[in-house]
Design a protein around this ligand. Structure first.
Ligand code: PGA
Length: 241
């Protein structure tokens, strides 16, 4: 999954879509998602129609409609052709989004039929003080409140260590695997073995065409959430890897 963040205009989205179509990745066994700014979504949906590439949003609000100036609801995204939505990205958590908000957004996204990509991850301070697991376990427990096992299967979890995002400092394959294995263990504890096996876990944080193969070879890393390296069509190389 690509996370474009606040990059690209609708016109640039159209150009990108046309280029990506041309070099469309060979991989048949993975889902491909481009998460983009809301304003780019109509252009993205149009440019990648009839391909295996789905369009995702980067955020949404948990209410369906009403007096929430500037917000976009899950049914609005669905109507626009969106299939996935990133929730709880650390850049949004840093703007004040709480696990309580993220939990409500997860429930609303699932109800509307969207596949949420839930982001969790520790800061450098938390890693240094040895509380990575405690922190991520707490995030998962709060974010999953009142979400039944049959819904859990539809959630994609992305492990994104904050210290690796946009810094060029990728977690080593071993570090990333260790935490992704831990995430699966937490899910197993809460929901049992089947949902834990079924859930897709992505790694995100400076993943690129060079380092992706080592990360993706890990048993508990099922894919990537890619920021900077997803802005060019060679994003297709990562998908192929
Ligand atoms: P990055 O971003 O690949 O630029 O580090 C990843 C993300 O924040 O999802």
């Amino acid at each position: 999954a690509a996370n474009w963040k606040m990059n690209k205009t609708p016109t640039e989205t159209k150009t990108f879509g046309a280029e990506l179509r041309r070099i469309l990745p060979k991989g048949r066994w993975c889902e491909i998602v481009l998460c983009m700014p809301a304003i780019c979504i109509p252009a993205g949906v149009k440019a990648l129609r009839d391909t295996r590439v789905s369009i995702g949003a980067e955020n949404m609000y948990y209410e369906t409609y009403g007096a929430y100036t500037g917000e976009i609801s899950a049914p609005m995204l669905v109507d626009a052709g969106v299939k996935y939505v990133i929730l709880g990205h650390s850049e949004r958590r840093a703007m004040g989004e709480t696990d309580g908000d993220i939990n409500k957004k997860l429930i609303a996204a699932l109800e509307a039929g969207l596949t949420p990509i839930l982001c969790v991850g520790e800061s450098l301070e938390q890693r240094k003080s040895g509380i990575t697991f405690e922190h991520i376990t707490m995030q998962l427990k709060q974010d999953f409140q009142n979400i039944p096992p049959e819904q859990l299967r539809r959630i994609v979890v992305a492990y994104e260590p904050i210290w690796a995002i946009g810094t060029g400092k990728t977690a080593s394959a071993e570090q990333a695997q260790e935490v992704c294995e831990g995430i699966r263990a937490v899910i197993r504890k809460i929901y049992g073995a089947r949902p834990a096996r079924a859930v897709s876990i992505l790694y995100g944080g400076s993943m690129n065409a060079k380092n992706c193969a080592g990360l993706l070879a890990q048993p508990d890393i099922d894919g990537g959430l890619i920021g900077g390296a997803s802005l060019k069509p060679d994003f297709g190389q990562i998908v192929n890897a």
